[in-house]
Design a protein around this ligand. Structure first.
Ligand SMILES: Nc1ncnc2c1ncn2[C@@H]1O[C@H](COP(=O)(O)OP(=O)(O)OP(=O)(O)O)[C@@H](O)[C@H]1O
Ligand SMILES: [Mg+2]
Length: 413
């Protein structure tokens, strides 16, 4: 190969002339390497939500600019709170619209469900805000929402507020929102599929969306059922194997009863390996003959519940079996403990203060319950347990905890 400028003889692999520095038309120069997207941009499955105000121009005719601004800020705050509470990221505010993404920066298996829960939560939050706005200003706000799921190119730089997420999925979410009626939530087919079987939605018929040649399938979201694993996954197929694990659960309860101390058992394993199914199967088999009383709660990473809601659920589901005993006359300590817990933990899952008093009251109630038959408390999805719940369970299963009570914590590593 010779240099195109000074004709100097060069090796065939040279990219520059060693004599005059001119770039050479070698194989590398002839076929430039494809431009790779910046390393930090990646394709991810996400769910995008758009929420916009209906008829906001009419509002600007009724309210003075300062009041309108204050109302809009309240609306943005209320909507963003619902998104954040379910782990979404409010990404942009465009005019009166909010765009939120579920799946950035972290992709979660239930992003679509979270987005739908947020959409329904936003509608409820707007109802509450409207009561206030109607009382003070005589106005009500109405929104429409679009939700769509699919692969997007997402920048991972959370500080770059613009264009964190872009692509067709985002455009369709925006178009679904624009096609929704007042108060409606329209969702795309991938969202319906990804959100699982407890979604109630009705087809709208194919929508002709701007920029799309073919009609787009869409659904009107009506309701979202409980996110009990038993509803989201099949628990009706026959249970197979796991005899070693079933035996281990049984032994753990026997030991707890024999030693007259509280017991703690952790069931740990990867997602989908069968932890929930195993514990439920064991509870059904062993508690059938009234051998023990049990209560269960599930830890959640998002939603509107108190920090100790799983413990409140577990204790509440335990009490109906033993209610008559607990309210027996003359057992003042139990009555006092129940009164204390009813004002906090058992009311809404929020901790009673001080922490020590709450633990003492729980110990009294559980001890009383376990006097008749052993008690099993189950916490599923323990990986999502709040630190305060972990602290409370540590305390209950410590040496001063109630005897004959076994706590089972099932979760991912
Ligand atoms: N021993 C078994 N026999 C039959 N089916 C099982 C068994 N164990 C688990 N399964 C089935 O496998 C699926 C996943 O089980 P499960 O929901 O209990 O997993 P998991 O470990 O609790 O997952 P996650 O970490 O997501 O909560 C369910 O449909 C369940 O019915
Ligand atoms: Mg599980």
């Amino acid at each position: 190969m010779t240099c195109p400028s000074c004709r100097q003889e060069l090796p065939s692999t040279a990219r520059f002339c060693s004599s005059c520095g001119t770039p050479c038309a070698g194989p590398a120069a002839a076929a430039p390497a494809p431009v790779a997207p910046p390393a930090e941009d990646e394709r991810k499955p996400v769910t995008v939500l758009f929420c916009d105000l209906v008829g906001s121009t009419a509002l600007s005719g009724v309210l003075d600019p300062e009041t309108l601004r204050a109302v809009t800020l309240r609306y943005f705050e209320a909507m963003s709170a619902q998104i954040v509470a379910r782990g979404g990221t409010p990404e942009k505010f465009i005019g009166d619209a909010v765009m939120a993404v579920f799946g950035v920066p972290v992709v979660r298996e239930d992003d679509a469900r979270r987005a739908l829960a947020a959409a329904l939560g936003m509608r409820r939050a707007l109802d509450a805000l409207n009561e206030e706005l109607y009382a003070s200003l005589g106005i009500r706000l109405t929104t429409r929402v679009g939700v769509n799921t699919g692969q997007v190119v997402a920048g991972s730089d959370a500080t770059a507020r613009q264009a964190l997420v872009s692509g067709e999925v985002v455009n369709i979410a925006a178009r679904l929102e624009q096609n929704a009626g007042p108060g409606e939530i329209l969702i795309g087919p991938q969202t319906l599929l990804a959100a699982g079987p407890t979604v109630t939605a009705e087809p709208t018929g194919p929508l002709q969306l701007k920029g799309k040649r073919d009609g787009v399938e869409a659904y009107r979201l009506l309701a979202l059922g409980a996110d009990d694993p038993e509803l989201l996954r099949r628990f009706d197929a026959p249970f197979v194997g796991r005899t070693t694990e079933l035996d281990a659960l049984g032994r753990s309860l026997d030991e707890t009863v024999r030693e007259g101390l509280p017991g703690l058992l952790r069931v740990t394993g990867e997602a989908g390996i069968g932890k929930t199914r195993l514990v439920r199967e064991w509870l059904t088999r062993r508690s059938g003959a009234g051998a023990f009383a049990y209560g269960a709660g599930r830890c959640r990473t998002y939603g509107d519940h108190g920090t100790l809601a799983p413990l409140a659920d577990a204790v509440r589901s335990l009490l109906p079996h033993t209610h008559a005993h607990l309210t027996a006359p003359g057992d003042e300590a139990t009555d006092d403990a129940m009164a204390l817990l009813s004002g906090g933990l058992l009311r809404d899952g929020t901790p009673n203060a001080p922490f020590e008093d709450m633990c003492a009251a729980l110990t009294v109630v559980l001890k009383r319950t376990a006097r008749d038959r052993p008690v099993v408390l189950v916490f599923d999805d323990w990986h999502a347990a709040a630190p305060l719940l972990a602290r409370t369970v540590d305390r209950l299963t410590g040496d001063a905890g109630p005897a004959r009570v076994l706590v089972i914590c099932a979760g991912r590593p």
